[in-house]
Design a protein around this ligand. Structure first.
Ligand code: BG6
Length: 506
């Protein structure tokens, strides 16, 4: 099998390095990549943030994050920690960024990283513009093409709406250039999402039925049990649509709905996704509902409502739940509704894509018991137990004429090969300069164009019924009505029905 290219030496600078993202996801991913020898010996990680930390404080912080993510071998950790540094400073002040640039040169010398740099922007979205401008001004990032190279990874949400995303894109273009920018959407780094392409385009059996002739509708659920934790202030600024719908969910939709690219490489893949996004008309307010959680019970534990969370306005109208119907107006999908729902503090954690196929004609089974039979459904799970399940109809053994839905299941766990977290895949891709699974400029703008009018409408018409769902429920009743109007239902729970023991067997 062809090996992926060897990576160049590099220094990764994390701006906003004392945040939850760095500790929970970035630093553990870097540690694992190093343990697996995926990143070279000649590397360094420099954390940058306002806190007055020492290198050792940062190492202890990283150690804690790595330990929470998995087992940590002491020797391996010590070797890794020698590459971690911390510079304290304010990312809006030129003198602090200059001090960072100076510290960098020393670190680059001692680890012989050759001056290649990746700047990971993990600070709050409102800092992106001033930060990039300042980094460009002091020369800490240089325009693409120059060697040693510089790349910038930018977290989502990229902008606040289409206009601000365009502004940010123009700035990125001027300072660093599209070839060196990596807009992260960690859902594109998930195993199941990457597998979706193989599943769709490396099998014969699915592609011929992947269209309006055979598909009744598609559901994408981004259901979360967690609340907003310590991110109250961030969440007040974004709400559910900017947090996960505009990015993760529309990317999932694009991967599900896209045409096969001629060649699987960055531009081909992103061109096809952009075509899908371009075919989606803006969401109509009458096709969308919103919600906010009140207090309730999650897995038997009493939890507070959104308005009682830390950093949240007690009269907040920020939605923590949204459901909507989209259309993809192209030859393959015209007339097939795509239903999206996303929410915090729901009854369980699951992100899944459900393809509901049309019912075939069943006249020949006159008189049969089909009460436990549904049309074919394909479920792709992208969190927890990642995998794919297909519901098919089968005759029940015995003397009764009965058809029931049974599952065909594939789970990554059964493959016996550990899945790698999305951030590992994506950090490694960025180090290798591989942009396939990062969002391109036009995609991010098109994604905003889909949700912008809805966001504006909601802002102009504040809700009167918030909070309108209890924590631990499956969201507001209006979300069910959205589908019921069309005689459909959200898929509930796992597709697997417990098999009854066959007669005569225990
Ligand atoms: C993040 C959102 O991008 O994705 C969070 O900001 C959300 O609000 C998270 O909880 C979900 O990611 P995952 O990988 O846990 O499904």
């Amino acid at each position: 099998m062809a090996q992926r290219p060897v990576t160049d030496p590099v220094t990764l600078i994390i701006v906003g390095a004392t945040g939850d993202l760095a500790q929970r996801l970035l630093l553990p991913a870097l540690f694992r990549l190093r343990v697996d020898a995926q990143i070279p010996d000649r590397f360094a990680v420099v954390g940058f943030s306002r806190r007055g930390w020492s290198h050792d404080d940062f190492r202890a912080f990283a150690r804690e994050g790595a330990a929470r993510a998995g087992e940590v071998d002491e020797d391996a950790w010590r070797r890794f920690a020698d590459h971690l540094y911390f510079v304290s400073g304010d990312s809006t002040k030129d003198e602090d960024l200059r001090a960072l640039a100076q510290a960098l040169e020393k670190i680059e010398d001692s680890h012989r990283t050759g001056g290649n740099r990746i700047v990971y922007v993990a600070s709050p979205p409102s800092t992106y513009e001033p930060l990039l401008t300042a980094l460009g001004r002091i020369g800490l990032i240089r325009k693409d093409g120059a060697l040693p190279w510089t790349r910038v990874i930018i977290e989502k949400p990229f902008g606040h709406d289409e206009a601000s995303a365009r502004r940010l894109n123009a700035l990125v273009d001027q300072i660093i250039g599209e070839a060196a920018v990596f807009r992260i959407d960690h859902y594109l780094g998930k195993e199941t999402v990457q597998n979706m392409l193989v599943f769709r385009f490396a099998n014969t059996v699915f592609e011929p039925i992947w269209n309006r002739r055979y598909v009744d509708h598609v559901q994408i659920s981004f259901v979360e049990e967690i609340g907003i934790g310590s991110r109250g202030r961030f969440y007040e600024e974004v709400g559910v649509v900017r947090d996960v719908v505009q990015n993760h969910m529309l990317q999932l939709l694009a991967v599900i709905a896209m045409e096969p690219p001629a060649v699987f490489e960055a531009e081909g893949f992103r061109n096809e996704k952009a075509k899908v996004l371009r075919a989606i008309p803006p969401v109509r307010p009458e096709h969308a509902v919103r919600g906010q959680y009140g207090p309730g019970l999650v897995r038997g534990e009493r939890v507070r409502g959104y308005r009682e969370e830390e950093g949240v306005d007690p009269r907040s109208v920020t939605p923590t739940y949204a459901a909507m119907r989209l259309q993809v107006e192209n030859w393959r999908w015209a007339g097939v509704p795509f239903y999206l729902r996303a929410g915090k503090r729901l009854a369980r954690k699951e992100t899944e894509i459900v393809i509901d196929f049309r019912q075939p004609p069943l006249m020949m089974f006159r008189g049969w018991d089909m009460t436990e039979m549904d049309p074919n459904v394909l479920v792709m799970r992208t969190t927890e137990d990642e995998g794919i399940s297909l519901q098919i109809a089968a005759r029940i053994p015995g003397h009764r004429r009965q058809i029931r839905t049974v599952p065909l299941d594939f789970s990554y766990a059964e493959m016996g090969i550990a899945e790698r977290p999305a951030y590992e895949h994506l950090l490694l891709d960025a180090v290798r300069g591989e942009q396939t699974f990062f969002t391109r400029r036009d995609e991010v703008e098109l994604q905003w164009a889909v949700v912008d009018p809805l966001l504006r409408h909601w802002e102009e018409h504040p809700p009167r019924d918030f909070p309108n769902y209890a924590a631990g429920s499956m969201g507001p009743a209006v979300a069910d009505e959205l589908l019921e109007r069309a005689g459909r239902r959200w898929r509930t729970g796992p597709p697997i029905r417990e098999a009854e023991p066959a007669p005569g067997r225990s």
